[in-house]
Ligand binder design. Structure first.
Ligand SMILES: O=c1cc[nH]c(=O)[nH]1
Length: 180
């Protein structure tokens, strides 16, 4: 399998700080804003951003939740193996809040479409934005675009973008892999 490094740990760190600053620019003290990591891998990015916002920019009491979309995907019945859901953890009210969905890779847009459906059972937010570390350009099946993007990547269909996090994968790195 061939691999190419798209982002190093240092580049990821710079991007995460920029994204945190862009969030502050639009959401100031986050009083009317909630951040929601899309399970499974958006959780890691959301936790990183909250760490930067809290420890480096001293913003307190940010509402952070995690949303599982497994059974909201339009293709979930096509799986041969039984699906295992991840945990949804939203222990705050989303009514009239600004939500920022956070995911590591934006590809077809189907996960975000599913997230938009799933969040409806929690209430009626005033608006929803999308933040993604990697925006795979020209890959969308739906009219969904990010409001905040780390890096735009041109990848063809038999390539996969793999985002690794130090806490879970041993290192911070974004790779482009040629699928077998
Ligand atoms: O390339 C891709 C596409 C979807 N999800 C990923 O993690 N990588």
């Amino acid at each position: 399998m061939s691999q190419k490094v798209l982002l190093s740990a240092k580049e990821i760190s710079i991007i995460l700080h920029r994204l945190a600053c862009q969030l502050i620019e639009n959401h100031q003290d986050f009083k009317d804003t909630v951040l929601i990591g899309i399970q499974p891998r958006g959780k890691f990015l959301a936790e990183r951003l909250v760490k930067i916002l809290t420890e480096e920019y001293h913003i307190q009491n940010i509402s952070l939740g995690f949303l599982d979309i497994t059974f909201f995907r339009d293709d979930f019945r096509r799986n041969e193996k039984p699906l295992e859901a991840n945990k949804t953890e939203i222990d705050f009210v989303v009514d009239d809040k600004k939500i920022v969905f956070i995911d590591d890779v934006l590809y077809t847009g189907r996960s975000i479409r599913a997230a938009l459906t799933a969040i409806q059972s929690f209430g009626r937010p005033s608006e929803i934005e999308l933040l993604t570390l990697i925006d795979r350009r020209f890959s969308r099946h739906l009219p969904i675009q990010p409001d905040y993007r780390g890096r735009q990547v041109d990848a063809i269909n038999n390539e996969k973008v793999v985002v690794k996090w130090k806490e879970y994968d041993g290192e911070d790195e974004v790779l482009l892999e040629l699928k077998k």
